[in-house]
Design a protein around this ligand. Structure first.
Ligand SMILES: O=C(O)CCC(=O)C(=O)O
Ligand SMILES: [Fe+2]
Length: 349
């Protein structure tokens, strides 16, 4: 879930969750969810299908793997991808620089603080209303595409941070092209139909998440339930600490950790482009009283000024058009998200 531009005055002087914990502050009221009773902490595990990217890459893409992809994206809306061209030790390095950044002294992290009206930078929830219930997490958002980068938000500490993120960007770009092509093939469509709508000026935005230990996991969430505004999201999970959960048929399921895999989550914009065949799942992160957790979400956001909409060949008599065409979906998403609503409802026909 990317950050929002403020609709009205936001409180700028705000403690990070990490500071609350380090100061030993009492749990502030505005983190407590009155509707929770901890019943969702012990939920069944979901066995998310593991897809081998190597088998999706070649011209003679494996039929079985495509079938697996289609079925996973149209039920759970996510896959665990292996054989994606990044070694386990490289993924560990990405996790390591994330941990090292959040472990820096506060004044060092504050050099990269988000500005009042900005999206990128270091911070936590913007407080937009008194009733708002906050997430138990601190975040760093940065745009990855070279031509859109704002380097002032790119940490120079740890020293290897920028180089590693640059490598990660290049590798994720390749994986994005393979996945969007395979998604089209799995539906018997032209190879480029998702890629064309995604656009050449698409944005990749990274959200580094840090969930400190929380005294009351039964009452506080790490990240509230939401679906992503992206076309697809790459999620690199903590390699030891679980916390992510998906909702299906009104039940919550926890996501297992496969350290060498990348979790790919369908975002709202793919649900729209696929005319509802691929599902953008509602997910959330629960907190943990014993261990902190990190994750890195990279949101692949289609070109802002281009219209996206259901692919023509996925609309027919048996499957009527479910969504309108839409431009700047991310803008709609923020507006709805602030009201606690799902943005995809706004573009339903
Ligand atoms: O931390 C996680 O596992 C999930 C993060 C997430 O869903 C998001 O940033 O949108
Ligand atoms: Fe998300």
């Amino acid at each position: 879930m990317a950050e929002s531009a403020p609709a009205f005055k936001t409180q700028m002087v705000q403690k990070s969750v990490q500071e609350l914990v380090l100061n030993g502050d009492e749990l502030p009221e505005n983190y407590i969810r009155k509707d929770r009773d901890g019943g969702d902490l012990d939920v069944p595990l979901v066995e998310i299908p593991v897809v081998n990217l190597g088998l999706l890459k070649s011209l003679s893409t494996s039929k079985e793997e495509l079938q697996k992809l289609r079925s996973a994206l149209s039920t759970w809306g996510c896959i665990q991808v292996i054989n994606h061209g990044m070694t386990p030790s490289f993924l560990d390095e990405v996790r390591e620089v994330t941990k090292q950044f959040f472990a820096l002294p506060m004044e060092e992290k504050r050099k990269y603080s988000r500005e009042a009206d900005g999206i990128e930078g270091y911070g936590n929830d913007k407080i937009l209303s008194e009733k708002q219930i906050l997430n138990w997490s601190d975040r760093l958002y940065i745009t990855l595409n070279p031509e859109q980068r704002k380097l002032k938000f790119w940490p120079e500490n740890p020293k290897v941070f920028r180089d590693i993120l640059n490598d990660y960007t290049i590798k994720l770009n390749m994986v994005t092209a393979v996945i969007l092509t395979a998604m089209a093939r799995s539906l018997d469509l032209e190879d480029n139909c998702f890629l064309d709508q995604y656009g050449k000026e698409a944005t990749m935005r990274a959200g580094f998440n840090y969930y400190p230990k929380c005294p009351r996991p039964d009452l506080v969430t790490g990240l509230e339930e939401h679906a992503d505004a992206s076309a697809i999201t790459f999620l690199l999970q903590d390699n030891e600490v679980e916390g992510l959960q998906f909702q299906k048929d009104n039940q919550w399921f926890k996501v297992p950790i496969i350290p060498e895999a990348l979790l790919i989550i369908v975002g709202d914009q793919t649900e729209i482009m696929s005319n509802g065949i691929f599902k953008s799942p509602v997910h959330k992160v629960v907190t943990n009283s014993e261990r902190e957790r990190i994750s890195l979400a990279v949101f692949c956001l289609p070109e802002l000024n281009e219209e996206i909409g259901p692919i023509d060949r996925l609309v027919d008599e048996s499957r009527p058009r479910l969504y309108k065409k839409v431009k700047n979906y991310v803008g709609i998403y923020f507006e709805y998200h602030q009201q606690g609503k799902r943005a995809i409802e706004a573009v339903k026909i």
